[in-house]
Structure formats: C-alpha cells, structure tokens
Design a binder for this molecule. Sequence first.
Ligand SMILES: Nc1ncnc2c1ncn2[C@@H]1O[C@H](COP(=O)(O)OP(=O)(O)O)[C@@H](O)[C@H]1O
Ligand SMILES: N[C@@H](CCC(=O)OP(=O)(O)O)C(=O)O
Length: 261
Amino acid sequence: MTDKKRVVIKVGTSTLTYETGKINLRRIELLSQVISDLNHSGCEVVLVSSGAIGVGVGKLGFAKRPDNTRGKQAASAVGQSELMSMYGKFFAEYGCQVAQILLTKNVLEDNERRTNAVNAFRTLLDWHVIPIVNENDVISTAEIEFGDNDTLSAVVARLIGADLLIILSDIDGLFDKDPASHSDAKLIPVVETVTEELMQSAGGAGSARGTGGMVTKLIAAKGAMEAGVEMVILNGRNPKAIYDCLDGKAVGTRFVAKTAK
Ligand SMILES: Nc1ncnc2c1ncn2[C@@H]1O[C@H](COP(=O)(O)OP(=O)(O)O)[C@@H](O)[C@H]1O
Ligand SMILES: N[C@@H](CCC(=O)OP(=O)(O)O)C(=O)O
C-alpha cells in the first residue's frame, strides 16, 4: 500500500473530543480502524495522542479546563486512563493491541533513559503492538515539559527513525494566514522551507480545546524536516485521508524533508 514503513500519527484534543468535552467516539473508532488496517498491512505506526486533560475535564463534568498546573495534571490523570481504555477497546475490535508510553523531555535528554525508550518502542513495534504516546503530564513541570504534543510527535518521529509524521488537526492544513480571522486565507499545499515569514503567518490555537495552534506545528515541521522526516498536516475530521496521504496523493500540507534519514 505504501513505501512509508514507519509512521508517526499525532492527533489533537480538538479532533478527539466534542465541544461538550466528551469523547468523539466515531472519530476515535475510525482512527483506530485506519491505524489497525495499516498495522495489518505491515506498516509500523506510533500514535501520539493528546486529549488526557480534555477528556478528564469532560469526565469530571467541569465546564472548562482548570487554570492551575496541578488541576491540569490531576485532570490529565483522570482522562489518560479513560482515553487508553477507549483506544484499547476500539483497537481490540480491529484485532490490534496497544501500549501506553508516557514521556517527559528529560527522559530523552538523558542517554540511558533515551536508549530505554528507543528499545521499548522497537520491541513493541517488533511485536506488532501499537504504541500510544502522550506527555507524562502528572510529573511534567515548566522545566521538563514539551508543553504540546506537536513538538513531542516530531521528537518521537526522530527517535524511532520514522519515514513520515502525520499531524491530524482541526483544519485542512497550513494556510497563508489564520483562517479563523481571515476569510480569504489560502491552503499552502507544499512547504520546502519553514521561513520566518511562514512563522509570522502562523497563529495560536483555534479552540479552547487546542494548544499551540500552527506555531507549534511549524516548530515540529522544522525538527522533522531537518532530521529527514517528511511531515504532513491533515484534517483529523476524516481519518481515512491518511490512506490518501500514504498513497502519495496531494492532501493537506506536506513539509518536504531536507535530507535523507
Ligand atoms: N496559518 C494558519 N493556518 C492554519 N491554521 C492556523 C493558522 N494560524 C492559526 N491557526 C489555527 O490553528 C488551529 C489548529 O491548531 P490547534 O488549535 O492547536 O488544534 P489541533 O491540536 O487540533 O491541531 C486552527 O484551527 C487555526 O485556527
Ligand atoms: N498532554 C496534553 C496534550 C497537550 C497538547 O498538545 O494538546 P493538543 O493541542 O490537543 O495536541 C493532554 O493529553 O491533554
């Protein structure tokens, strides 16, 4: 089906949840189905999934995210287990097993911990298990946090030597200006270099459930491209677009890798 053997797929909170804060079951099921199908075809997929805080907030019945760090950390602890239980259920329906990997930045900066993480990823992939990664929000503080899973997904892509990083967003791709405030914004299909001008055109999150917006996606793109990993931003509304992307069709925004891996 594809020459992309190892793929990292990142999905954001706004794709996984409704505005009510509850899990979008149809999305999560479709996403699980597509990833399981890729797994069956021999493709190695790592899923980087946000949503722990958002799902926790929904489960606790809060009207909005807590403002303080400890509240977000506690909400994440509630939501992460709920999220994994949903993934476990849906992936099992399609014959796949999942594993939870929670990372912090300092794990990757320490050689021994980094090697342990790489070994765990490799072993899980050899066993055809789908690793599902999130930041370990409960122990993440200002010094050790990634803060956003866009950056984390690019780090994971480099760590496991991925061929492709797909970021599923609540929008079709990168536009020449923020479509939330410019009705004439146009989709940019291919990016060869993340220029300063592009960075300036990128705005923040588009909803109360998203963090980072396009800024963190462009930072992720830079890291991926420099490491020889192609990156594509796709709309997560339709997880089946992942097939088109892997078939080489022009969907979303493609960031061309600078060097061979
Ligand atoms: N130049 C841009 N092109 C596309 N989207 C942009 C741009 N600048 C800001 N955005 C905003 O980024 C949002 C996507 O990021 P985010 O809110 O973090 O959600 P997600 O985690 O689902 O990707 C879009 O909904 C959009 O409003
Ligand atoms: N670790 C946090 C995710 C932070 C994050 O990057 O969120 P998002 O912008 O939805 O990808 C969580 O699981 O809620």
